[in-house]
Design a protein around this ligand. Structure first.
Ligand code: SF4
Length: 294
């Protein structure tokens, strides 16, 4: 292992350990094994994060937006290759600017100064080390807002354990319950088992979603995108949440799927999910007692 950068060596043991997970890189379930300060792995990003945008965002769930917007930081690169990605210019083409950990912490403080409701880290899994370091520095410099970990749900339990105490709200996707579909659509056949284990660990840390005065302050919020032809295997995901996490799990069942990127090339993905396909999933989540939010 290379020597840790001096400013990282001054931070907590958890952050130092997260940093060391980047050489060889096992930060996420891809386990590429590269030294991130010298080369990039599957996610295409080195040790420093690449940020595509920073600012208040009003398109998130109402419990995250409040009156001043969710303070989003969009990271370029991704550890998944979804063929229907709506942000492929950011995730696959990695459009953005490389920044330091210090600049990332300053971005968090600037969003707080603008009155944002929270700090919303979008696609953070492959840059979790830098995020953890920046949160710790920003907290020391006065950041008090809840921090949201808004991931594709392809997160390793080891990394999540090291984030314990730094993240207030986990908002992972639960994309698929079927291995073959996950392999075909996101190049991640082990997505279901990895995702279920990650969600368990996230819930262990923060519990069910807590909302105060209409604003989420802590807990787990699941995002699930309904795909046409039930490609997402939605019922199995809902069963898992109700039976193995909590019947009070908050879930946003998203109906906005539309063909993007390479989706037109897939015979089942080249249309939107229809009204019946979507309402069936809403009904099933309600039947299982989940807390459906939008
Ligand atoms: S974070 Fe990137 S380099 Fe590291 S294991 Fe995941 S995909 Fe590979």
């Amino acid at each position: 292992m290379n020597k840790l950068p001096e400013y990282i060596a001054e931070l907590s043991q958890s952050v130092q350990k997260l940093w060391s997970l980047m050489n060889p890189c096992t930060l996420c379930p891809r386990n590429c094994g590269v030294n991130r300060s010298e080369k990039t792995g599957y996610c295409g990003i080195g040790a420093s994060p690449v940020v595509s945008s920073v600012g208040p965002h009003f398109g998130e769930e109402s419990v995250l937006v409040g009156s001043s917007g969710s303070g989003t930081i969009f990271f370029a690169g991704c550890n998944l290759r979804c063929i229907f990605c709506q942000n492929y210019d950011i995730s696959h083409q990695r459009r953005g600017k490389e920044i330091t950990v210090k600049q990332l912490s300053e971005a968090m403080l600037s969003l707080a100064e603008q009155g944002c409701t929270n700090i919303n880290l979008v696609t953070p899994s492959h840059v979790a080390s830098a995020c953890a370091a920046a949160i710790e520095i920003a907290r020391k410099d006065g950041l008090t807002l809840p921090v949201v970990y808004n991931s594709g749900g392809y997160d390793s339990v080891e990394t999540l354990k090291l984030l314990d105490g730094l993240i207030d709200i986990y908002m992972p996707d639960m994309k698929y319950s079927d291995q073959q579909t996950a392999g075909e659509l996101s190049d991640a056949p082990n997505y279901p088992e990895v995702n279920f284990a990650a969600v368990k660990e996230m819930h262990r840390q923060v519990g069910d979603l807590e909302i105060e005065n209409g604003i989420a302050v802590k807990g787990l919020l699941i995002r699930h995108l309904v795909l046409p032809e039930n490609l997402a295997g939605s019922e199995k995901i809902i069963d898992f949440l109700a039976d193995e996490i909590s019947t009070s799990t908050a879930i946003n069942i998203m109906d906005q799927y539309h063909p993007c990127y390479k989706a037109d090339e897939h015979p089942k993905l080249n249309r939107r999910a229809d009204h019946r396909e979507i309402s069936d999933i809403y009904d099933y989540a309600a039947l299982k007692g989940l807390k459906v939010i939008s």
